[in-house]
Design a protein around this ligand. Sequence first.
Ligand code: PSV
Ligand code: MN
Ligand code: MN
Length: 389
Amino acid sequence: MTETTDRVKAALRAQRIETPSWAYGNSGTRFKVFTQPGVPRTPFEKIDDAAQVHAFTGVAPTVALHIPWDTVDDYRALADHAAERGVALGAINSNVFQDDDYKLGSVTNPDPRVRRKATDHLLDCVSIMDKTGSRDLKLWFSDGLNYPGQDNLARRQDRLAEALREVYDRLGDDQRMLVEYKLFEPAFYATDIPDWGTAFAHCVELGPKAQVVIDTGHHAPGTNIEFIVAFLVRQKRLGAFDFNSRFYADDDLMVGAADPFQLFRIMHEIVRGDALKPEAGIAFMLDQCHNIEAKIPAIIRSVLNVQEATAKALLVDVDALEAAQDAGDVLESNEVLMDAYNTDVRPLLAELRTDMGLDPDPVRAYRRSGYGDRISADRVGGDQAGWGA
Ligand code: PSV
Ligand code: MN
Ligand code: MN
């Protein structure tokens, strides 16, 4: 085995990819939610499915929860259940977007009563984190305006800052706040956190426990996401990814399906910034919905896609790249990068899985396992993920 292969395998072994509880439930578009047989009926069953993804990939040991979609009476029991299945609970995603009160916004709403209610929900989420042992609170706000003049843009930033401050001050020493941005939808004229710059500015104002999360589906077409990655890594403000693929808007398709080259470019900036190692504190999470494809194998496929992009990024010949860049050799530097991208890393990943005691082909191994048939037979009346509910 070469030194490079050893290095690449070690880094891939250490990488962790978090899967979202909502990807295991039924989901759809605003036109139709297609139900699938065997979907989980409870948060406990979502954990069971996530444990399957980890069992077949070996690198997905945590599951993100969404509150209130995953509300349970006893969070410690849920954490124990996860531990029994060989996984743990990950980020807590707050939800201040599915209540009539939030029609005009949650923490930026002109009505102080609504702002209080929204902020209280975020504080409740921190209390849940105390019980689940979760490190991260993920905040996404649907707040925004549909029409010019509808509200005061600057004042909404003040209200946002005030709510974020209150929640930030409630965080424990080992807890973090991940601030997500999204260009548009559901607001169409103005969103209160539309871009990484707004998220970054709020995080800087708050302190080191506030970090930006990049959802790859939340940008305008053509946005250079790897630039954002490089910038935030350099500033030590990149806390997480919500990985998914987009063709048009926030499509939430499988990561690496629409643009594997973009995913490689993103992972290249992570590797170059020495931010792949778990100590760097960047959570690699999926935020996807599997509306028409079978969910568990689609999530397994997504984990493999992230691993493939990571493996290619790890194969970039850094010395050759830097030499070409320093010499101003445009063609050579581009070629060095493309050489890594064009490498077929599937044999290396198959070998790694065998080393880890796993089946080299996790999707087929899952299909052969019969788990899908079992849950289809056993689970009747599976629930929606929350979307379209
Ligand atoms: C919003 O589009 C988003 O990407 C946020 O991360 C939410 O928490 C997530 O979808 C799942 O609802
Ligand atoms: Mn997201
Ligand atoms: Mn989204």
